[in-house]
Design a protein around this ligand. Structure first.
Ligand code: SF4
Length: 339
């Protein structure tokens, strides 16, 4: 007889369709309280599906893993990789550039790391635990357990607020958080559909044209994920700020830039930019290349050569003695670090 898991049921810890925790493993959050939209995986997924966000897997109706045309007559069209070609190979300094077969630039669409990552797996186990102890994942309980060091609550770590909660529910959550003297950081992908959410959340834009639309819609903070930092310093006068956590220079608890209620009519709109860090990202590929040359040259020699800018010379020096397969690997990294 095959064993089946019991169905997860939608529970309402504290009367709200959210599950809250404190002290999660996400380093970016430094253990601050956080909550997910929905008390079951189904509810969380449905809140994202309702946004039509293109960072969802193609099997779920998204476009992740495909390429979006960002130039020319087919602007906005999504293509499979086989219908694109390399314009410029990736190097240590810049990511690969691809284009359509008639030479117009395309950009890869990343996979949502919240919806398809560990946070989503955790919802099922929290749901099972919540069935035995309804209060355990309520926002009230979690706020009561927080540390004195916590200055913020991170909302909607999984799921989308304005499509999974009513305006009244989100207002209640925000009021509960702020009445504790805490800031509240959350992001919404359906701000076009539900502009009311901009009172509570950053507008998540899918691309730079989306950033312009979100600024026009009055978003105080707009966020966008890009293949590589540095494309723009300002958009429509709004400063473009690299997320300090993404740069390894802080956490949400020390930063708080994405708390929209910290901004008012006298402070400028801002754009917060994140660099892609999914498995296809340039950041991840840079890390892989560094680990590979450490394996070839030895950890300390590779680190020194990278610091001194002599990595290509060090790799070239190995070629006369290298086996055929190693020669192929060395050439790959010579070309990576020469670019
Ligand atoms: S800009 Fe600051 S608040 Fe926003 S995600 Fe980065 S670290 Fe967190």
């Amino acid at each position: 007889m095959t064993k089946t898991n019991p169905p997860t049921v939608s529970l309402r810890p504290g009367g709200l369709p959210i599950l809250a925790i404190v002290g999660g493993a996400n380093g970016k959050l430094e253990g601050i309280p956080s909550w997910t939209v929905g008390t079951t995986k189904k509810e969380a997924v449905e809140s994202c599906a309702a946004t039509h966000c293109n960072f969802r897997h193609v099997d779920d109706g998204g476009e992740a893993g495909r390429y979006k045309v960002v130039q020319g007559p087919n602007l906005g069209l999504y293509l499979d990789k086989k219908d694109t070609r390399i314009r410029r190979e990736a190097t240590d300094k810049s990511p690969e550039l691809r284009e359509t077969m008639d030479g117009h630039l395309v950009e890869s669409v990343p996979l949502c790391f919240a919806l398809y990552g560990t946070e989503m797996f955790a919802i099922a186990s929290k749901n099972r635990a919540a069935q035995k102890d309804l209060d355990r994942y309520s926002l009230e309980t979690v706020l009561g357990k927080r540390s004195i060091k916590h200055k913020y609550v991170r909302g909607a770590t999984v799921g989308n607020p304005s499509t999974g909660l009513t305006r009244g529910q989100l207002a209640k959550i925000d009021q509960m958080v702020r009445s504790e003297g805490l800031g509240h950081i959350l992001y919404d992908h359906a701000w076009r559909l539900n502009p009311w959410v901009l009172e509570y959340a950053c507008a998540s834009a899918n691309d730079w044209p989306g950033v312009v639309d979100a600024l026009d819609a009055g978003a105080k903070v707009v966020t966008v994920t890009v293949p590589k930092f540095g494309e723009y310093n300002r958009v429509k006068g709004a400063p473009v700020i690299k997320c300090p956590e993404n740069l390894g220079k802080g956490t949400c608890n020390t930063c708080g830039l994405c708390d929209v209620k910290k901004r008012n009519d006298h402070t400028p709109q801002i754009v917060v930019v994140f660099e892609q860090h999914d498995s296809a990202s340039h950041k991840r590929k840079k890390g892989n290349a560094r680990r590979a040359v450490a394996g070839i040259l030895g950890k300390f020699k590779a680190a020194k050569a990278l610091e001194e800018g002599s990595i290509v010379e060090e790799l070239q020096a190995l070629l006369p003695e290298a086996s055929k397969p190693l020669t192929r690997r060395i050439h790959r990294y010579i070309s990576w670090f020469s670019g």
